[in-house]
Design a protein around this ligand. Sequence first.
Ligand SMILES: Cc1ncc(COP(=O)(O)O)c(C=O)c1O
Length: 369
Amino acid sequence: MSTGSLPFNPHLATLPVYVPGRPIDEVAREHGLDPASVIKLASNENPLGPSPRAVAAMGEVVRNLHLYPDGSAFHFKRRLAAKLGIDPAHLVVGNGSNEILEFVGHAFMRPGDEVVASQHCFAVYPIVTALFGAKLVLVPAAPDFGADIDAMLAAITPRTTVVFLANPNNPTGTLTRGEDVLRLIEGVPSRVLLVLDEAYIEFLEDPVDSVAAVRDGSRPNLLLARTFSKIFGLAGLRLGYGIASREVVAALEKVRQPFNINSIAQAGALAALDDDAHIVATRANNRAGRELLEAGFARLGLRYVPSHANFVLVDVVDGNRVFSELQRRGVIVRPMGGYGLGGWVRVTVGTPSENARFLACLGEVLGKP
Ligand SMILES: Cc1ncc(COP(=O)(O)O)c(C=O)c1O
């Protein structure tokens, strides 16, 4: 019987693969460590844990798991819309904001299309772009590692269908200032979708009101992507959302699976939305921890990128070695070779004791205890 080769999608051959932060159990097993002694500062999660209100609400839903979830996420969207001051028709929900980014690929990318993003952009943009056979146009970053907005605008051609910008950006932690965000929103032609990825926006003290351009209907080509994985501490739940014009939401709804957000996620996120105490505590812990890490890097004579998010990118000269040595000591960070930053690691802000332990281990690994 002839076998032949399977008709794999040719785009898979060159598709970049997302490498996640390493799980605690796996690292503990590999190095013979007690899992309780391992700390993970590798995936920009919330070190204070999930919102306690969310945990209580999720426990309630479990007895109804024989029923399908509400496919329209009615209660969650209605509460979220009220918080944002928009109509629920401007919202689309995703299994993590990564799924919103994938919806963008389904709805806006065909082979030969161009997608503009900045150098050091979030890893999922190149993946989604390649998956749909579109071409990524990477614009060199500014010297401070931030996005060069003028250069991004100049990179738009008649073939461009999507522009991605994360603000603050992962993995650099850089912020595009309010006036530059508005310049980008105004400068991207109306025939191009602008995706502003605001996964870390809740960590900012004074964020630009990017929702305004959706609320007032002035930018039908704007999509904001947000998540419950970061400040809300619900990364394991997988819930993100998009805010956009009715026209864009209608397109993304067509590619969304009917029950992509499970009932536990809907209940947990609904409760987390109103848990102001948890959000305030997380922001305060993050601010103090980030300052501590940055001061620690300065003391160790290391170059770092001043961060506006819940992680810091630091130049340790040999990122892989430092990553491995820290891992042996039960501290998981993220090596940055996959981002073309082989000398660097990215560390998530932890609890005060986690930050202190990380800095002590880092000093030891670098021979500067
Ligand atoms: C910039 C950015 N966008 C999106 C995501 C995806 O988050 P999630 O799919 O958990 O919502 C992340 C996660 O690290 C991120 O850093």
